[in-house]
Write a protein that binds this ligand. Structure first.
Ligand code: EPU
Length: 338
């Protein structure tokens, strides 16, 4: 059933815990319902929301928020090596991860305990512990907001990159994701090179999706705050990729600086840069940089989006001044005046 609300509080719908309202909030449970909403006309501006775990509201949203409640996971093709699972965009991401592990299908276990929903996994190409969701996405089904027509994007159409996809560029704001089809493995290829993941997995009894998932959950719990207890949106900034020449200069000056090879240059650790500028664990009013992971900005309670942005601007400026490196937000800041 289509659910329509006015002056709707988005407080429980954004993990930062920012107290703002949407003028209209509309939920749908099927592609047909979404087509009906589109054909009736949607009062602009429009925002398509998933679990609100990567959004920062700067003020009330005077427009229409669309939220998918399309659920369910269905095996569409199965071979000896793979399972193709078509999943509704409104399913909670971690419920999907748990379901695939229960079925004995491998692939998503490194992405355990990430907040958010299935639709956003394709838009954001969520990633953690050496794995990105896009590696497992076979196809993304969408509905055009312009005319309700269906458009399917193949994995290559999606142009997945580091926390990036076509849905953040050419296709931005044009489509609503309705289903994502994942290609999961029956013959596992585990990735446990991150930190001491392999060691912990061995202690838990050896390589398996369930043990990797457990080890990842433990690691995340140590470093990342639970949004139910402390408002946050995971990493606030992306890890910056800089030119080799700048990376070399920086390494000469700061020999202990973490650097990683990346497409188009050298990837630096945003958390390390922020920590070096003295921001780790620092609190300003209702907001701060988390004590166990400097890259995570937190709402200690009652913060406005503006306060978070002011903190992020101060952090960016400090990093720019000290290291000549520009940080870019991973979190999507939403302002109706933009
Ligand atoms: N570090 C510090 N200070 C800190 C935290 C980290 O100096 O406070 C340094 C350490 O050298 C550490 C390195 O940064 O070895 C990397 O830290 P971490 O492994 O925690 O990863 P990250 O690069 O900070 C990224 C993702 C996370 C993901 C982890 C694990 C981005 C923007 N963030 O963080 O994703 O969980 O790797 O794979 O790429 C998210 O996107 O919301 C998110 C949480």
């Amino acid at each position: 059933m289509i659910e329509r609300y006015s002056d709707f509080s988005l407080l429980p719908y954004n993990t930062f815990g920012i107290d703002v309202k949407a003028t209209r909030f509309v939920e749908f449970e099927s592609e047909e319902e979404l087509c009906e909403i589109v054909s009736e006309g949607i009062a602009a501006p429009t925002l398509v929301m998933g679990g609100g775990s990567n959004l920062l509201f700067l003020n009330d949203f005077d427009g229409t928020v669309l939220h998918s409640k399309i659920c369910g996971a269905e095996v569409v093709v199965e071979s000896e090596e793979n399972v193709f699972l078509r999943v509704g965009s409104g399913m909670k991401w971690d419920d999907l991860v748990k379901f695939t592990i229960e079925q004995g299908w491998q692939g998503l276990e490194n992405l355990s305990a990430i907040p958010g929903e299935v639709g956003a996994s394709a838009v954001q190409n969520i990633g953690a512990y050496g794995v990105e969701a896009g590696e497992f996405i076979e196809r993304v089904d969408t509905i055009s907001l312009a005319d309700g027509s269906k458009h399917c994007f193949s994995q290559s159409d999606c142009q997945f990159g580091y926390r990036d996809s076509i849905f953040k560029h050419e296709a931005k704001g044009l489509y609503v994701v309705t289903y994502v089809t994942y290609r999961l493995r029956k013959k596992p290829e585990y990735k446990v090179a991150y930190g001491n993941l392999r060691q912990r997995v061995e202690q838990l009894g050896g390589l398996s999706p369930a043990n990797i998932s457990q080890a990842v959950r433990e690691t995340r719990a140590l470093k990342l705050p639970d949004p139910a207890e402390l408002g946050n949106a995971g990493s606030f900034f992306m890890n910056p990729v800089v030119e080799r020449s700048l990376a070399a200069e920086l390494l000469e000056k700061y020999p202990e600086m973490p650097q990683y090879k990346a497409d188009g240059g050298i990837k630096l650790s945003a958390a390390w840069l922020i920590e070096q500028c003295g921001w780790k664990g620092k609190r300003v009013g209702n907001v701060g940089a988390y004590a166990h992971q400097a890259l995570v900005l937190v709402n200690y309670g009652g913060a406005t989006g503006q306060e978070i942005i002011e903190l992020s601007d101060a952090i960016s400026l400090a990093v720019k001044e000290k290291f000549s490196v520009q940080l870019h937000k991973e979190v999507n800041a939403i302002s109706c005046e933009n």
